[in-house]
Design a protein around this ligand. Structure first.
Ligand SMILES: Nc1ncnc2c1ncn2[C@@H]1O[C@H](COP(=O)(O)OP(=O)(O)OP(=O)(O)O)[C@@H](O)[C@H]1O
Ligand SMILES: [Mg+2]
Length: 318
């Protein structure tokens, strides 16, 4: 069991379970489609926890089981095994689902109603007046097209309406299946800003993507999935961090002399490669400074998420 699953007892002796458990918890969740010889495992023993205030990316290639997992997280399909908790409650609890916003399959809309009217209908089914509709339409950059029929919307416009719909009930947890689908470059940038804004407001965001770069730019943490299995869960920053620093400094000989006793150093094109982690960078800088060396550049080497992902999804998972 992870530490984040445990309630924290504050000094006053109060326990606020909803603050301390993950906003979304999947515990050993599995899904097998079909029966008998046709049975096929789509998701196998996935455990993860999404916290308030973070964007958590579920990253995997086509058929990895992302949508299946998202459907189970939302109670749209029943897991074959394991448990889903939403905001500290069972997924079957309507009180929990009311505080969750979601976008699956681009959302479902009435084609002959306008975007605005679709949101009005949805607000009514959610039992509120939809006071936020105008500002939401602006947030997803649909204000100018809000009164056109949805049947005339492009894929990207429908996707943005789907995000507005997901936010209509001011949810604490937002679950989005491939939110970047159908968006152009500007649309993806806007979507990224919007999603970061949700996390900044303290909401938890769980999203799936097969776009590495997108996850790298957008997410705090990422789970890499392939063939239904969670291969690794990590902070994006930790995942990308290499184990060396690239340094440009003068004079080079003095720099090598200053560092070599503590860290392996080698000359590379454009400077030095020092086998020290990012956390050691200030220490490295101090050593250079004390030796009278001028630093022009000091930066960690980074793995690309692409390399990590390809290595991970290739090994033993073909
Ligand atoms: N309703 C279903 N019945 C049977 N098999 C299904 C069903 N839905 C999905 N699958 C299978 O489960 C596996 C995972 O599919 P899923 O749609 O969850 O993947 P995904 O990661 O969302 O893929 P994509 O990136 O293409 O959206 C696939 O092998 C798929 O064929
Ligand atoms: Mg999918």
């Amino acid at each position: 069991m992870r530490i984040s699953h445990l309630p924290v007892v504050f000094e006053q002796g109060t326990v606020n379970m909803e603050e301390t458990v993950g906003a979304l918890e999947l515990r050993s969740v599995s899904k097998i489609y079909g029966r008998g010889p046709k049975a096929r495992t789509a998701v196998s023993d996935v455990t993860l926890s999404v916290r308030h205030g973070e964007v958590y990316g579920f990253l995997g290639p086509n058929g990895a089981g992302k949508s299946t997992t998202i459907r189970m997280a939302l109670g749209l399909i029943r897991p074959s095994g394991g448990e889903v908790r939403l905001l500290g409650r069972a997924v079957s609890d309507p009180g929990a689902l009311r505080r969750v916003g979601s976008l699956v399959d681009g959302g479902a809309f009435y084609p002959f109603l306008s975007g605005r009217d679709n949101l009005r209908v949805l607000a009514r089914t959610q039992g509120h007046a939809g006071a936020a509709i105008g500002s939401l339409l602006e947030r997803v950059d649909l204000a100018g097209d809000a009164d056109r029929k949805v049947k005339d919307y492009s894929l990207g416009m429908k996707q943005r309406l789907g995000v507005a719909a997901a936010l209509l009930n001011d949810p604490e947890l937002v679950i989005l299946d491939e939110p970047a689908n159908g968006l152009d470059v500007a649309g993806i940038q806007d979507m990224r800003a919007l999603i970061r804004g949700l996390a900044a407001d303290g909401k938890a965001v769980f999203l799936s993507s097969h776009l590495l770069h997108e996850v790298e730019l957008l997410c705090d943490r990422v789970a890499i999935v392939a063939k239904g299995q969670l291969l690794q869960e990590a902070a994006v920053r930790d995942l990308l961090e290499g184990d060396a620093l690239h340094i440009e400094a003068e004079p080079v000989e003095a720099a090598i002399a200053a560092l070599a006793a503590r860290w392996p150093v080698e000359r590379v094109a454009g400077g030095l490669r020092v086998e020290a982690r990012r956390a050691n960078a200030p220490d490295v800088a101090r050593h250079l400074h004390a030796a009278g060396v001028d630093i022009y550049r000091l930066a960690p080497y980074e793995h690309s998420l692409e390399t990590i992902f390809l290595t991970m999804t290739k090994d033993g998972h073909d």
